[in-house]
Design a protein around this ligand. Structure first.
Ligand code: NOJ
Length: 554
């Protein structure tokens, strides 16, 4: 059971084929380029790759507007290249997850084109229509300020169609059994080509009832069981990692009481409160969020993350908290997006401060869940705020000091490579950081290795220890008679903490530092005293009291 649930102690790396590595020199990344970089990915120690959409698409929403679910966009290569890629991953022990974007299609998809032209079309009922413009057409838009409505008139159909996202992304009528059958077929197709599962896009919208007259659309949670069962029947190890930014009290509906629905969900609740902790040095809301999301079936897992390809969504924070994060990390309005988020990369948000970057990563890596790392964050890439909306944080990977950061030989890359200022490829790139033992990249590699060696975090039960400081989080994980303790100081001040830590027996315990030689013995009163530097962090293994003494004798 333990080895089979691979996602419980995995490290996932997410990337877009378009901006990772271009092999054929046309300026767009491709599968052949990505294949050349598989040894790099294996080398940093990640165990799974999540690919953003790569199917044929007009690319009005970075590929999240799919025009054919059963192909590879010709700019990236062919289906043959895709299979070479999954095979290359398999050889290196890397699993592949791909995006499953089935809440909507592109309006250029043949299904929609057919549906709009013919009322008798087989596909008409695959979408959601209304003869009149629904009264609530302007509510529920996902991209406020850019998207005006959720219903748009189609001249050919002579009806309005529903689109939760942009108007070029008509929603699929997911309650239609034919659409559901097609979703299963899409999953089955890619499973055969070597993937281990899907990052499922916009899950709350996929399962919501859709229609013009619904006042409060209900969620059809059991649809998730249908998807999950199908996966398990076809390929036992396959999973769904859901994008579902939902309130903690519905988490169990998504996972299913016995884990029969989703295997994984991104923990948006913790993500937002983590950024609040980094901005304010007040860790109390983070602790609350971790506790609020602690309930989950034994087989389920959270996806922990810092930044992703979208804006950092702070919509669930209280207004004042959100303002605190904006003031700290996105003080200019051009850095903010949709009234709720931040369109920046992690490193510039933290002013490139190595101590804060390490703290943020260390904390994320030790929260309950499986870490998901965004490409480029391992070398502290920056953003380009001149690009529109979320493209600011989607610039090409910076490999070297060669022109275009070594991403392409073409002088017109798909998105501009960052080439100015402190985050330009001349200063921030993989080649230089590989040679420098103290680089962030090499630090990250060591941390990923250690994270994998601490399965207690993925599998164990946790509790918070009282460190008597609101700036400090101290978490202990116990699993199979092993325990680790992770301590993080989110403040710019040094802090001395005193903690009582239970050991394996009544004689007390020593704390063995997993990242350096600075171990800890209890003092006379049985407590441990630890001096944490500004933004300091420790990963300790909890051992018997005589452990360190014995070790020195050997
Ligand atoms: C969520 C994706 O992460 C985002 O990039 C996309 O725009 C929407 N879903 C619509 O597919």
């Amino acid at each position: 059971m333990i080895n089979d649930l691979w996602y419980k102690n995995a490290v996932i790396y997410c990337l877009s084929v378009a901006t990772f590595m271009d092999a054929n020199g046309d300026g767009v990344g491709d599968f052949q380029g990505l294949m050349r970089r598989l040894d790099y990915l294996q080398g940093i120690g990640v165990t799974a790759i999540w690919l953003m959409p790569f199917q044929p698409s007009p690319f009005k929403d970075d590929g999240y507007d799919i025009a054919d679910y059963y192909g590879v966009d010709p700019r990236y290569g062919t289906l043959g290249d895709f299979v070479e890629f999954t095979q290359g991953c398999k050889q290196r022990g890397l699993r592949v997850l791909i995006d499953l974007v089935v809440n909507h299609t592109s309006n250029e998809h043949a299904w929609f084109q057919d549906a709009r032209k013919e009322p008798v079309s087989k596909y008409r009922n695959w979408y959601v229509w209304s003869k009149k413009k629904p009264k609530n057409a302007s509510s529920g838009v996902v991209f406020p300020g850019v998207q005006k409505s959720t219903w748009t008139y189609d001249d050919a159909a002579r009806e309005y169609y529903f689109h939760r996202f942009y108007d070029f992304q008509p929603d699929l009528n997911t309650a239609n059994p034919e659409v559901q059958a097609e979703i299963l077929k899409i999953m089955g197709f890619w499973l055969q080509l070597g993937v281990s599962g899907f990052r499922m896009d916009a899950v709350p919208f996929v399962i919501a009832e859709k229609g013009a007259h619904l006042k409060k659309p209900a969620e059809q949670y059991d649809m998730l069981r249908t998807f999950s069962q199908f996966l398990t029947w076809r390929q036992g190890e396959a999973i769904i990692l859901a994008e579902a930014n939902v309130l903690p009290d519905t988490d169990m509906e998504y996972f299913g009481k016995d884990g029969e629905r989703l295997q994984m969900m991104f923990n948006f609740e913790v993500n937002q409160n983590l950024f609040y902790a980094l901005a304010s040095s007040d860790t109390r809301p983070l602790v609350k969020a971790v506790k609020a999301t602690s309930k989950r079936p034994a087989s389920a897992q959270w996806g922990s993350f810092l930044r992703n390809h979208d804006e950092l969504d702070l919509g669930r924070l209280e207004d004042e908290q959100r303002e605190t994060v904006f003031a700290a990390f996105a003080p200019e309005s051009n850095m903010q997006l949709y009234g709720r988020g931040i369109r920046r990369r992690l490193a510039p948000m933290l002013q490139g401060d190595r101590r804060r970057l390490e703290l943020a990563y260390s904390l994320m890596l030790t929260l309950p869940g499986t870490p998901v790392i965004r490409y480029g964050d391992e070398i502290a890439m920056g953003e380009n705020l001149r690009l529109s909306e979320r493209n600011s944080a989607r610039t090409p990977m910076q490999w070297s000091t060669e022109p275009q950061g070594g991403f392409t030989k073409n002088d017109k890359p798909v998105l501009p490579v960052i080439s100015e200022g402190a985050y330009g490829f001349q200063h921030v790139n993989v080649a230089q950081q590989r040679r420098d033992p103290n680089s962030l990249l090499n630090w990250m590699e060591r941390m990923i290795r250690m994270r994998k060696e601490v399965p207690e975090i993925g599998w164990g039960d946790f509790k918070f220890l009282n460190a008597r400081s609101t700036s400090v989080v101290a978490m202990r994980y116990d699993w199979r008679k092993n325990a680790v303790l992770c301590v993080h100081n989110t403040s710019s001040e040094p802090i001395e903490i005193r903690m009582a830590v239970d050991g394996p027996d009544e004689s007390g315990c020593s704390l063995v530092n997993l990242l350096s030689d600075d171990h800890s013995h209890p003092e006379q009163d049985g407590r441990h005293r630890v001096l944490l530097e500004p933004y300091g962090y420790r990963w300790y293994r909890v051992c018997g009291l005589d452990y360190l003494l014995k070790r020195t004798e050997v």
